[in-house]
Design a binder for this molecule. Structure first.
Ligand code: NAD
Length: 351
């Protein structure tokens, strides 16, 4: 049984996902790619043997596509996920599901009201599949360091993408830290505050770096720095400090060079080599769930809604000079049954 996948957005991540799905995930084939910049779609189509489209809508409704992976711009996600739901097709949407709580809420609502059977939306919080984060979570659950007390995390990129602002640092990059904090600690984030040192001179479009304080319901305080123009390398750190010790994320992607009476460490330029295993394992888990008709083990639309709620609280704190802000608790979304809806179609044409 092979799941035929269409990839929307063939920039840095979409091209990577297409290559991984085509070359490193069993039971999947990439049959279509789409990008508004059509040359990009054509280049990835040539590499993978897929059809190319300029329009996401055409890809979603193509009879050659069973399931869709969305790696377009954050602001395009909500509309494209909605189109997948309307076509009854499972979708793996890159994080964030959408930058605004209202958009996420609408998608959770639409999914709940339309689908009988497995939920159609999965979200690409791939750190949950990273072996080092999984090891850390397993040891926390075993109580290796006793009760966790605080967590210290860093998220540093070499350079920011053009076109962002201080809020998009939170909804686009900080969202990874938000999701992984609640997931690792098995506890929702209840209050947040946002802080800023002086800003780097290399990016006039946003406050950079930013520091978040995230307090989970179990009383753990997490301090995260997000620095998009750190320049020296792509660097993700995480240490959980507990009552009897600390657990730290290993960074096996780094190389130590001993030379010329010195020792140096090399960093990756971006996230792809660092989280290569996580992207592959996440895609494999998604494809396996589609092929077997079992629920997706990836982050759900509700997980993504919760992360965006925290992001929105951080933006509120930012606009209020760093005040402590409570995260709005989840609102229960009423499912309305709609028998006969096209969303009830599942993977009948997977083969
Ligand atoms: N999980 C991760 O580690 C990770 C890392 C980087 C980016 N991302 C996410 O992946 C997505 C893509 O990021 P990227 O770094 O590849 O960006 P990118 O700018 O390199 O690529 C985005 C591509 O989408 C295309 N696009 C934009 N709007 C579109 C639309 N409406 N329809 C079709 N194509 C459209 C653009 O032309 C571009 O080629 C973003 O949502 C981003 O937040 C996730």
């Amino acid at each position: 049984m092979t799941v035929r996948i269409g990839v929307i957005g063939t920039g840095v991540m979409g091209a990577e996902h297409a290559r991984v799905l085509q070359g490193n995930v069993s039971g999947a084939t990439v049959t279509a790619v789409a990008d508004t910049v059509y040359d990009r779609a054509k280049a990835v189509a040539a590499e993978t043997g897929a059809r190319s489209f300029q329009s996401a809508e055409e890809l979603i409704t193509s009879p050659f596509v069973d399931a869709v992976l969305i790696a377009s711009h954050d602001t395009a996600h909500a509309e494209q996920v909605k189109a997948c739901l309307t076509s009854g097709k499972p979708v793996l949407c890159e994080k964030p599901l959408a930058p605004a709580v209202g958009e996420c809420q609408d998608l959770v609502s639409l999914e709940a009201s339309s689908v009988r059977g497995n939920p159609l939306i999965s979200v690409g919080f791939m750190r949950r599949f990273h072996p080092a984060y999984q090891g850390l979570k397993a040891q926390l659950r075993e109580g290796v360091i006793g009760q966790p007390l605080m967590m210290l995390s860093s998220h540093r990129n070499v350079r920011s993408y053009p076109g962002g602002d201080s809020a998009s640092t939170i909804t686009n990059s900080g969202i990874h830290e938000i999701d992984i904090t609640a997931w690792l600690l098995d506890s929702p984030i209840e209050t947040v505050s946002w802080h800023a040192p002086r800003s780097t001179s290399v990016d006039g479009s946003r406050q950079d770096p930013q520091v978040f304080h995230l307090r989970t319901a179990n009383g753990v305080l997490t301090i995260v720095d997000v620095f998009l123009n750190a320049r020296y390398g792509y660097d993700v750190r995480c240490e959980v400090v507990g009552e009897t010790g600390s657990l730290e994320l290993a960074r096996p992607q780094q190389t130590m060079v001993n030379q010329g009476l010195g020792r140096s460490r090399s960093y990756a330029d971006d996230w792809r080599p660092v989280f290569a295993d996580a992207y592959r394992l996440q895609s494999q888990a998604w494809v396996d769930s589609l092929a077997s008709g079992t629920p997706s083990p990836l982050a759900s639309a509700t997980d993504a809604l919760n992360a965006t709620r925290v992001a929105e609280a951080l933006i509120q704190s930012m606009n209020a000079g760093g005040a402590t802000v409570a995260v709005n608790p989840e609102v229960t979304i009423q499912a309305q049954s709609s028998p006969g809806s096209p969303l009830e179609r599942t993977l009948s044409h997977v083969h």
